[in-house]
Design a protein around this ligand. Structure first.
Ligand SMILES: [Zn+2]
Length: 143
């Protein structure tokens, strides 16, 4: 584990956190700067920088934990939806954000905000031939 990794230190118990869940491989704790009350982070205890590099079984455990937290958030906060996302921003140790969605733009993009915070704007569509090329290029990276 890198000695200077904040989340490795939290996972090792060297730094405090408001823990929500913990087992041998996974830790969930509250984000120190919550978008909404309950905003949690789910991390693998092992150090991996990017979510796409997580072993599949570990990624599944992070997702399963986030699902359980989401079901709890729906009960506690009465929200219709909970968002889960990886951004790779701030701490270079893969972490999934889990946020109860009280507003459509609690987790959003400038593209979706173009017509103001009460609207959910649809970004422009791309020409079909370009979409086909993009799908083909991405698909080729999977084979
Ligand atoms: Zn780490």
């Amino acid at each position: 584990m890198p000695a200077d990794c904040l989340f490795c230190r939290i996972a090792a118990g060297e730094l405090p956190a408001h823990k929500v869940y913990e087992d041998d491989a996974i830790l969930a704790f509250l984000d120190l700067h919550p978008i909404r009350e309950g905003h949690a982070l789910v991390i693998p205890k092992d150090h991996h920088i990017w979510f796409e590099d997580l072993p599949e079984a570990l990624a599944t455990r992070v997702t399963s934990c986030a699902q359980a937290i989401a079901r709890g958030m729906k009960r506690i906060y009465g929200v219709e939806r909970v968002s889960m996302f990886y951004t790779g921003i701030h701490v270079p140790h893969a972490h999934a954000h889990v946020v109860p969605m009280h507003h459509i733009h609690d987790v959003t993009s400038l593209e979706y905000l173009k017509d103001g915070p009460e609207k959910f704007s649809a970004p422009p569509q791309l020409p079909p031939e370009r979409m086909a090329r993009i799908a083909s290029e991405l698909g080729e990276t999977l084979s």
